[in-house]
Design a protein around this ligand. Structure first.
Ligand code: TLP
Length: 346
C-alpha cells in the first residue's frame, strides 16, 4: 500500500541530484572554517537573504535558540506570539539555556501580532521589570494556517522595534513558501529584521540543516554560541551540498505544493463532518476540524492510517496536513477519497 504522508514537509527525502551532490561534495573541517561546500552555501544564503553573513546549523530549533542567545542576556525579555513555534515547540530552550523570559502576546489568525499588543508589551525603564530586548516573528506561521506575513507588516514591526531600540528576529523556517505565495522578492521579507533563520530540510527537501543570517558581527557571535551548543559539524559539506541544490532547484516548485494544498482544502470543504476555513489556506499547511461525533478523533486517525494516509492531530478535534515534494496531485485526490470513505463508513 502506498503511504501518503501529510504530517509535515519535514518528511521530504533528498532528491537524486542532492544525493549526487553530497556524494561528490568538496569537504574540509568547518570548525576551522575550511569546508568549501559549507562556505559556498553560507555565501549563497547571505546573498539571497540580503544579509552580510550566515551560518549553517543542524536545525531550525538550534537556529532560533542561537539567535535568542546571541541577542539577549539572562533576565531579558523576548516578545513573541502565543502560537509561535519558538514558544510552543522548542522545549523552552531560551529559558532553559539562556535565562531569557518569553513575553507572550496573542497571534491573530493570520500569524501577525497587533502593533498595539506589541507596543503594550514593551517594558518601561523600571528596576522591577525585565528589559525587553527582542521581538520575534514567524513566516510562514505554522500554527496560524501557514499564513505568510507581508513585507509591509514586517516593516511596520521593524519600525516599531527601532523606535524603542529593540531587535527583531524572524523564524523564517518556511520563508520561501511566504515569498512564493506573496510573489515578492525574499529580500522584501528580510530587510527589516536583525536576524533570521530558514530551513533547508522542510519544503526544500534537503535532508538536514537550517541557516542563520544576519550582520557580520552578529554571525561572529552566533558562531561562538553554536559551538557552545555543540553545533560545530566538521565536514558539514555533506549537508551543505544538498542545501545548495535545495536553494538552486527547489524554491520555485513550492507553488505546486500550494496548489495541492488548495485542492485538498477545497475537497475537504465538500466532505460532510469536516470543516475548514478556506480563506485561511495560502501556502502548504492546512488545518481542519472533525465536527461530527463519529468517528472519534482517535478512530479517524487510525482509519486513515489503515488507508495509508498520515496526518497530524493538533489538539481537540483539529488536524494538520502539509503538502510537499513527496505529494502529487494524484495523492491529494486519493487522500480525498480516503477521507470521504472514513466519514461515510461511520
Ligand atoms: N516544525 C515542525 C514541528 O516541530 C512542529 C513541523 O512539522 O512543522 N520554526 C517553525 C515555524 C517550524 O515549523 C519548525 C519545525 C521549526 C522552527 C524547527 O525546525 P527543526 O525541526 O529543524 O528544529
Amino acid at each position: 500500500m502506498k503511504i501518503i504522508d501529510l504530517r509535515s514537509d519535514t518528511v521530504t527525502l533528498p532528491t537524486q541530484t542532492m544525493k549526487d551532490a553530497l556524494y561528490h561534495a568538496e569537504l574540509g573541517d568547518d570548525v576551522f572554517g575550511e569546508d568549501p561546500s559549507t562556505n559556498r552555501l553560507q555565501e549563497i544564503a547571505s546573498e539571497l537573504m540580503g544579509k552580510e553573513a550566515s551560518l549553517l546549523v543542524p536545525s531550525g530549533t538550534m537556529g532560533n535558540l542561537i539567535c535568542t542567545l546571541t541577542h539577549c542576556a539572562r533576565g531579558e525579555e523576548v516578545i513573541l506570539g502565543n502560537m509561535s513555534h519558538m514558544f510552543l515547540y522548542e522545549a523552552g530552550g531560551m529559558s532553559a539555556l539562556g535565562g531569557i523570559q518569553p513575553h507572550i502576546i496573542p497571534n491573530q489568525l493570520d500569524g501577525t501580532m497587533s502593533l498595539e499588543d506589541i507596543e503594550a508589551a514593551i517594558r518601561g525603564d523600571n528596576i522591577h521589570f525585565p528589559r525587553t530586548r527582542l521581538i520575534c516573528l514567524e513566516n510562514t506561521h505554522n500554527r496560524c494556517n501557514g499564513s505568510p506575513l507581508t513585507p509591509e507588516y514586517i516593516d511596520s514591526v521593524a519600525a516599531l522595534a527601532r523606535r524603542y531600540g529593540l531587535l527583531v528576529h524572524l523564524d523564517g523556517a518556511r520563508i520561501f513558501n511566504a515569498a512564493v505565495a506573496l510573489r515578492v522578492n525574499i529580500k522584501e521579507l528580510t530587510r527589516g529584521v536583525d536576524s533570521l533563520i530558514f530551513c533547508l530540510s522542510k519544503g526544500l527537501s534537503a535532508p538536514v540543516g537550517s541557516m542563520v543570517c544576519g550582520s557580520r558581527e552578529f554571525i561572529a557571535e552566533a558562531l561562538r554560541i553554536r559551538k557552545v551548543l555543540g553545533g560545530g559539524m566538521r565536514q558539514s559539506g555533506v549537508i551543505a551540498a544538498a542545501g545548495i541544490i535545495a536553494l538552486e532547484q527547489m524554491v520555485d516548485r513550492l507553488a505546486e505544493d500550494h496548489a495541492n494544498a488548495r485542492r485538498l482544502a477545497e475537497g475537504i470543504a465538500r466532505i460532510p463532518g469536516l470543516s475548514i476555513d478556506l480563506a485561511g489556506v495560502k501556502t502548504n499547511i492546512i488545518y481542519f476540524d472533525l465536527v461530527s461525533d463519529q468517528p472519534t478523533n482517535d478512530e479517524f486517525v487510525i482509519r486513515l492510517g489503515q488507508k495509508g494516509i498520515k496526518l497530524l492531530p493538533t489538539g481537540s478535534s483539529r488536524f494538520r496536513m502539509v503538502t510537499h515534494h513527496g505529494i502529487s496531485t494524484e495523492d491529494i485526490d486519493a487522500t480525498l477519497v480516503a477521507l470521504t470513505e472514513v466519514m461515510e463508513e461511520t
